[in-house]
Design a protein around this ligand. Structure first.
Ligand code: SDX
Length: 433
């Protein structure tokens, strides 16, 4: 939706160009700068894209000031309480909630694709057993791009949907395989009679010698965690998937690029970093020392799980994650869990500290997710892989939206060049043969 508004750019008090202002359904208007370079010979400059909208999207809306997160218009609080992760996957992919037939068909479709090609297992053998699971995820999900040539025409809606189904269905199996590989246990196959999260937890925790009956409270908790991680607008990893996809690359390779980006501690790697940080702090008596380290400009230490590029009030997912954390710890009789109590105290102290208030640093989705994943028996190194499991549907939904966008073209940002001006090689330079 656009309004007939524009802004005028002046240089030395002279108008040099007029740029249209566009409005969406919700959120800030945008200045359409596509004509800026042709009209002025100048680029915009926005490292980190703090003020840049990269695309039109109808998938997720975030209001960072109000702490609002909507998936296709539905509040995350309602979806987390009343929906399931697979229903949210359908919603993100198709834009509307499924009716019962659509849900049954989607669920069946996902179930029928949870197995991976038997040759995919061979890719694990090249990794050290102590390889980080995200390194293996990058390798093995990337390898998926060498399969499934039957449905790789990205111009075909059916093929794009098949890619989405295959990724949503197979990533949990691959994540569980990463875990089993790291502990030297055999891979556990998915079982079609199990629901999505039950299947994952069984693949993670059962062995050929011992069945594993997941606790329904823990299954529900993990299902909710996946809902909270499913999508988040144009975050770094989703933008990476969009940029990779804009060249027409293989969709499995594009999602692999997203996995690589998510691994960073400033992004999805934060949940693992939070747990290590809490273990390093160790006791509530050390909290103020670490708060001071986080405030010290000369100290690279940051309070992991705090701060967000968009949320400058509160991350609505953090509150839901804290509730889930409490539920799981209570169910497991761990409500006296030392790390959880330490996290609660750290959050309390940080939220009363001038520095965090002034810089609007609040707990984000990663602050509590590490503690609850730890309580669910998932090793710290696996936390970001579980984040990737939830975010796969967001990545492929944005990839699909981008491919189907008539405005879509290859992403190719410019730069502010600060290197050497043109210069000749010195006469004495000897041409190396
Ligand atoms: C995710 O984009 C998304 O939506 C991401 C995500 C998603 O769902 O996809 O929500 C998932 O990645 C959540 C964020 C997880 N990362 C962390 O918890 C790592 C710790 N947080 C920070 O590194 C930081 O807050 C970021 C990366 C999250 C946001 O960084 P910004 O927006 O670039 O902000 P900044 O680094 O410019 O910080 C602003 C100021 C700085 O001080 P000044 O230079 O202004 O003096 O706040 C300070 C920073 O030093 N600051 C922190 C801090 N985070 C920011 N100081 C101490 N501890 C922190 N955690």
């Amino acid at each position: 939706m656009t309004k007939l508004r524009s802004v005028t750019l002046n240089d030395k008090a002279q108008p040099i160009c007029e740029l249209p202002v566009l409005s969406g359904t919700l959120g800030p208007d945008v200045v359409d700068v596509q004509a800026l370079y042709t009209q002025t010979g100048m680029f915009t400059f926005d490292p980190g894209f703090t003020s840049t909208a990269s695309c039109r999207s109808a998938i997720t809306y975030i209001d960072g000031e109000a702490g609002i997160l909507l998936y296709r218009g539905y509040p995350i609080e309602q979806l987390a309480e009343q929906s399931t992760f697979l229903e949210v996957c359908y919603l993100l992919l198709h834009g509307e909630l499924p009716n019962s037939d659509e849900m049954e068909h989607f669920d069946h479709n996902i179930t029928m694709h949870t197995m991976v090609h038997d040759q995919l297992s061979a890719f694990f053998k090249g990794f050290r057993r102590d390889a980080h699971p995200m390194a293996i995820m990058v390798g093995v999900v990337g390898a998926l791009s060498s399969f499934y040539h039957d449905a790789l025409d990205i111009r075909s809606k059916e093929d794009r949907e098949m890619c989405a189904i295959r990724l949503i269905a197979k990533v949990p199996t691959i994540v569980a395989m990463c875990h089993k590989y790291s502990i030297g246990l055999p891979f556990i196959y998915p079982q079609n009679k199990l629901r999505y999260v039950q299947n994952f937890m069984r693949m993670m925790h059962s062995t050929p010698c011992d069945e594993y009956e997941p606790n329904p409270v823990l299954v529900r908790a993990l299902d909710r965690i996946l809902i909270l991680h499913a999508d988040h607008e144009q975050n770094a990893s989703t933008s990476t998937v969009r940029l990779a996809g804009s060249s027409g690359a293989n969709p499995f390779a594009c999602v692999t690029a997203g996995i690589a980006c998510l691994w960073g501690a400033a992004h999805g790697g934060a949940n693992e970093a939070v747990l290590y940080m809490l273990e390093e702090i160790g006791d509530v008596s050390n909290i103020s020392k670490y708060i001071n380290k986080a405030k010290d400009k000369d100290d690279p230490f940051r309070l992991m799980g705090f701060g967000h590029r968009v949320y400058k009030n509160h991350d609505p997912r953090a509150k839901l994650m804290r509730e889930t954390c409490h539920e799981v710890l209570t169910e497991l009789g761990l409500h006296e869990d030392k790390l959880f109590k330490l996290a609660l105290e750290l959050e309390r102290i940080a939220l009363e500290d001038e520095y965090f208030i002034e810089k609007k640093l609040y707990p984000n989705v990663d602050f509590y997710s590490g503690i609850v994943l730890h309580a669910l028996g998932i090793p710290s190194k696996m936390f970001t892989a579980v984040f990737a499991m939830g975010r796969t549907v967001g990545w492929i939904s944005h990839w699909d939206e981008m491919i189907s966008d008539p405005e879509q073209k290859i992403g190719r940002p410019r730069q502010l060049y600060t290197g050497a001006s043109r210069r000749d090689l010195p006469p004495e330079h000897i041409k190396s043969v």
